[in-house]
Design a protein around this ligand. Structure first.
Ligand code: GLN
Length: 534
């Protein structure tokens, strides 16, 4: 029977709850248990798909086409499992389901209320994840901080779960902060005490505390916390600030966190196999080479807007014993004609244009692509980065001066990139967006084939526009190769320029499938090309 682990947060946000949840899941997985993860986001948006990446960070996409919080990316990278639509639940999703049910008369005349209707819907999402995944453990993280108005109903649902299932089937982890006060030079427990008290006021008893702290907490601090918070000393886990997030699961392992959880559940302590993870840490901590890669985007002021892309670059670097430094370039800043691109890209051995939406910064990205193409600098284009690579080629190599995309040039006469609606017979999963996994067939004797080493791949999408096949022949004649195609819908998925050292772009988002322990083939070959470009 599935056991449920909940991770809440107190005191301040940004304590790394997502990493805590992922680390617990990873440790249980390394002991041979099947795990599944879930995030509750208390905001009213149905999903983060329409949220500004500069505020919210990247939108992570699952294989089944769910637009989710970026924490899901951490989960997948840590536990190396593909999650799905049951993994990210927002208040918006819960409320819209409730309101639809009410309109269909499914509540049989009842007054629809927070308790029990909304809480039941939330509880169902937890239990449904257990049933559909068949996991031994479902680890659920609650976004926000305990005490926030938005999360109150989620916490209430959790209280009911704790009451219904008891301590043999549920485990509550509360993450808090232990600040260090300079001057008196001491660690302070009061914020944690208050936060645990707040949780208790809402009816939830914490089984363990994860304390984010700059230094390990001494015994007397743990004893004090234990006394005030009614949590055994053994269950108070230090989460000391680290340079490398992959150290965190090992830090928890050393404090027997997974053993404590398994003991409470009366589950056997199978042998932990941490070899892959310790090898990874060893590698990451001892990288001797360095390479700089330019990432040209319009949300670069918040690096989290490109979290999975950044991670995927790092993962590829690990394979070559190389630390990848990202040269974050605001695409709009390249649009000024006085900008010296040579200076901007001086140390960058590769250029990457990631996904994006809308018209701002388009010209700057195209300028960067021209620079990569004409200077033979390794280039990787992702989604919008593929669309713009095609437009750049059509304009500057094929002489189609008006080549553009209907997305940012609605009256354009040469829509090299056009709306999917104008293409025939596309089946898409998410209304207007092509979302989630689609097949891609790869031509032999291409760079794409060299990277993947296989003819058929599955990659995740998130976009509305597509390459317009009416221009295929013309571009091909000038040397652009369409090396990846979705055969069912005849859509272009990968393009490349074989006249250059490394120039490849894809309509999908390979970054979502990269793992620290298995770099993605496109990133792997791109980073290698950048290293060789030194
Ligand atoms: N804006 C483009 C489209 O919708 C590209 C999307 C993306 O880069 N994710 O097709």
């Amino acid at each position: 029977m599935t056991k449920y682990i909940f991770v809440t947060g107190g005191v301040v946000s940004g304590l790394g709850k997502g990493i805590t949840a992922s680390s617990i899941a990873l440790l249980l997985k390394t002991r041979g248990y099947k795990v599944f993860m879930q995030k509750f986001d208390p905001y009213i948006n149905v999903d983060p798909g329409t949220m500004n990446p500069v505020q919210h960070g990247e939108v992570f996409v699952t294989y089944d086409g769910c637009e989710t919080d970026l924490d899901l990316g951490h989960y997948e990278r840590f536990i190396d499992e593909e999650l799905n639509y049951t993994s990210n639940i927002t208040s918006g999703k819960i409320y819209s389901t409730i309101i639809e049910k009410e309109r269909r008369g499914e509540f049989l005349g009842a007054t629809v209320q927070m308790i029990p209707h909304v809480t039941n819907e939330i509880k169902n999402k937890v239990y449904e994840a257990g049933v559909s995944s068949g996991a031994d453990f479902v680890i659920t993280e609650i976004g926000g901080t305990v005490g926030d108005i938005e999360s109150t109903v989620f916490i209430e649902a959790l209280r009911q779960i704790q009451y219904e299932k008891g301590s043999k089937e549920t485990f509550f982890v509360h993450t808090t902060l232990i600040p260090f006060i300079f001057g008196s030079d001491e660690l302070k427990t009061k914020p944690t005490q208050n936060s645990v008290k707040e949780l208790r006021n809402m009816g939830i008893r914490a089984d363990a505390l994860v304390c984010r702290t700059p230094i390990p907490t001494p015994k007397n601090i743990k004893e004090k916390l234990s006394l005030y918070c009614s949590v055994p000393v053994t269950n108070i886990i230090d989460s000391v600030d680290v340079q490398n997030i992959y150290d965190i699961p090992i830090n928890y392992y050393n404090q027997k966190f997974d053993e404590i959880i398994l003991k409470q559940f009366d589950m056997p302590l199978k042998k932990a196999n941490l070899k892959e993870w310790t090898n990874l840490i060893d590698k990451v901590d001892h990288l001797t080479e360095e390479v700089e890669i330019a990432l040209v985007g319009k949300y670069v002021e918040l690096h989290d807007a490109y979290l999975s892309v950044k991670e995927a670059l790092m993962h590829a670097g690990y394979v070559y014993n190389t630390k990848v430094h990202v040269n974050w370039i605001d695409s709009e800043s390249l649009e000024d004609s006085s900008v010296d691109l040579k200076k901007v890209f001086k140390n960058s051995k590769g250029i990457l244009v990631p996904g994006g939406f809308g018209s701002r910064g388009i010209d700057g990205k195209i300028k960067a692509i021209t620079y990569a193409r004409t200077n033979n600098i390794p280039y990787l284009g992702i989604c919008l980065g593929m669309q713009l690579a095609v437009i750049e080629f059509a304009r500057n190599v094929c002489g189609i001066k008006g080549a553009s995309s209907r997305e940012f040039d609605v009256t354009c006469k040469d829509p090299v990139i056009d709306l999917m609606a104008d293409q025939k017979a596309i089946v898409n999963m998410g209304g207007t967006l092509r979302l989630g996994n689609y097949d891609c067939s790869i031509e032999k004797d291409t760079l794409a084939y060299k990277c993947y080493g296989e003819r058929h791949i599955l990659e995740r999408h998130r976009h509305r526009y597509e390459f317009n096949n009416a221009y295929k022949e013309e571009l091909e004649k000038k040397g652009l190769v369409f090396s990846g195609i979705n055969e069912k819908s005849d859509l272009v998925e990968i393009v490349e320029n074989p006249n250059l050292k490394f120039f490849i772009a894809c309509q999908f988002h390979p970054e979502f499938k990269s793992r620290p322990t298995h770099a993605h083939p496109l990133f792997l070959n791109f980073v290698k090309a950048a290293i060789d470009n030194k």
